[in-house]
Design a protein around this ligand. Structure first.
Ligand SMILES: [Zn+2]
Length: 240
């Protein structure tokens, strides 16, 4: 039963609990981590392997962390990377049936995250630490000149000018050109910066062959990750 589950999205700056109401077929969004006697599906930063979380340093966790211990929540049963979950959620929100549309997803927030959905599976696209040239140091990959080193939020002014927006779109276009992503698929931009400045998507749309759009996730949601987690839980329930 989906009613037995809640969805958690953890981030460095804020966290959100999402509750699904099966009778109304709707989601509600709550700040922070709600403690409920339910199974938990978790989206968080870091590399995920067998429900363990690696290198989620934004969360203040050790390099190899068990989220059940870190959050004192033994009922965590599904763990997915936040950007991978958001890409899957983006596809779920845009798809009319259980056959998910293929798309690419880039998140511009504290850092640059990216993922793709292809043949109903979501995977990391690895654009953030792709080397594009430049002199900035990145603490994430511990080297110089990756996309993240140019576009992580601490490198950008608080309020973006038209010039800043063009700069961001051009850096994204450069990385996308190097990665040579499938140009038939839609590229959706998420994360706080993309949602605050939809002009970035418009500008990027002019620069690359892909159609580029801003995420369709509801305004109250931290990201589309909740819909991705919902999909993962639904899929698991169907297997039993
Ligand atoms: Zn990097």
């Amino acid at each position: 039963m989906l009613d037995n589950w809640i969805f958690l999205e953890l981030g460095g700056s804020s966290s959100q609990t999402i509750i699904y109401d099966q009778s109304k077929d709707s989601f509600s969004f709550h700040p922070g981590i709600l403690n409920a006697e339910k199974c938990i599906a978790l989206a968080c930063p870091g590399l995920i392997k067998e429900n363990m979380v690696y290198y989620a340093t934004n969360l203040g966790w050790p390099d190899k962390a068990d989220p059940r211990k870190e959050l004192n929540a033994p009922s965590i049963q599904i763990v997915e990377n936040d950007v991978v979950a958001a890409s899957l959620g983006e596809s779920v929100l845009r798809s009319e049936n259980s056959n998910l549309m293929n798309l690419h997803f880039i998140s511009l927030g504290t850092g640059v995250g990216s993922a793709s959905v292809f043949n109903n599976q979501a995977y990391d696209l690895d654009l953030g630490h792709l080397h594009i040239g430049g002199k900035n140091y990145c603490e994430g990959c511990r080297s110089f000149g990756c996309l993240n080193s140019e576009l992580e939020s601490k490198r950008l002014p608080k309020y973006l000018s038209n010039k800043n927006i063009t700069f961001i779109a051009e850096k994204l276009a450069t990385a996308i050109g190097i990665k040579n992503i499938n140009s038939d698929a839609l590229l959706a931009l998420g994360g706080g910066i993309s949602r605050g400045y939809p002009e970035i998507a418009q500008r990027l749309d002019e620069l690359i062959p892909n159609n580029v759009e801003v995420t369709v996730t509801p305004e109250q949601s931290k990201s589309a990750a909740f819909a991705g987690l919902y999909h993962l839980v639904s899929r698991r329930l169907m297997e039993f």
